[in-house]
Write a protein that binds this ligand. Structure first.
Ligand SMILES: Cc1ncc(C[n+]2csc(CCOP(=O)(O)OP(=O)(O)O)c2C)c(N)n1
Length: 288
């Protein structure tokens, strides 16, 4: 499918020129096009932030929630209509800071959704304060003496919680990013894609060149089904490996574990509501 089918006409894009978000948007359109995902069957869910604006610029169904709150509505949307492709997008602050608790529990639930995180290592929209992934000693207008907290490592956290798909890519490498997006969308279960994304306005340390110099691809021999090896590789910080770290294909998805689907596999939204049963239930509850 032509990636232009996802274009939003006259979109007033608020990102700065050269922002890594443009490459993520363009690559996501290409990946969706190659997978032939009908925009009518696609839902993009986001919270707040520059990354959280991506759904405004890609033709699909969208749900813009509160800061850090994309994963729970995404889980619910997939639970009521498993025929949809559901993608939750956001920044590192959004997903790992404000949404940190949702991040952990979504991994445990394992809904069949894709989670793309634009990891620029700062709070971009609010002009460059430190985020959970900002590196030690980085100075910002707020952290004037430098960041002193240990950076959050989303990959080791996800692998230790037995996430079903864990990958990292770089917004400066469209070819690999597209392949990883496609594999994540096709994966059955929760798929995390952490994307190193340069913020050209507010992060003058982790630039395109810095990411190029400080990353390298995981070897082809890397076995993504080996959890201990995946954890070890994800913990590397001298240079950061890119690629698919971990896949756990055997975990049941959240939707599969719901009792409403044990007898009837049809999506919830398609089912007839028994109005009498509903009225009786409301009546019983009123009396309690
Ligand atoms: C609960 C809450 N806290 C703080 C804010 C203010 N706020 C809006 S966007 C943002 C930063 C977003 O940063 P990030 O998620 O990393 O995305 P980016 O803008 O870098 O893409 C903050 C702190 C808010 N809207 N709601």
């Amino acid at each position: 499918m032509d990636p232009n089918v996802y274009d939003v006409e006259n979109a007033d894009i608020a990102w700065c020129p050269s922002c890594g978000d443009f490459a993520i948007l363009r690559t996501l359109k290409m990946a969706l096009g190659e997978l032939e995902i009908d925009p009518k069957k696609l839902v993009l869910v986001s919270g707040i932030g520059q990354a959280g604006k991506l759904p405004h610029y890609l033709k699909s169904n969208t749900y813009n929630s509160l800061h850090g709150r994309a994963l729970s509505p995404a889980t619910a949307i997939k639970a009521v209509n498993k025929n949809l492709t559901v993608i939750a997008v956001g920044g590192d602050g959004d997903m790992y800071g404000e949404g940190g608790n949702h991040f952990m529990h979504t991994i445990r639930r394992n809904p069949n959704i894709t989670n793309i995180v634009h990891n620029n290592m700062v709070y971009g929209l609010t002009k460059g304060q430190a985020s959970p992934t900002s590196q030690l000693k980085m100075k910002t207008p707020l952290q004037v003496e430098g960041v002193f907290e240990e950076p959050f490592n989303p990959l080791t956290v996800a692998i230790s919680l037995n996430a079903s798909f864990v990958a990292r890519t770089f917004a400066g490498d469209i070819k690999n990013m597209k392949e990883i997006f496609k594999k994540a969308i096709q994966h059955r279960g929760y798929a995390l894609v952490d994307v190193f994304q340069p913020c050209v306005a507010f992060n003058k340390i982790n630039t395109y060149q810095w990411f190029k110099d400080n990353t390298y691809p995981l070897e082809e021999s890397h076995d993504p089904y080996d959890k201990h090896e995946a954890f070890k590789r994800a913990a590397e910080t001298e240079k950061y490996p890119l690629g698919i770290f971990y896949i756990n294909p055997d975990k049941p998805t959240f939707e599969e574990t719901l009792t409403v689907y044990s007898d009837d596999k049809s999506p919830l939204y398609e089912r007839e509501v028994d109005m009498q049963k509903l009225k009786d239930l409301i009546e019983i509850k009123r009396k309690i």
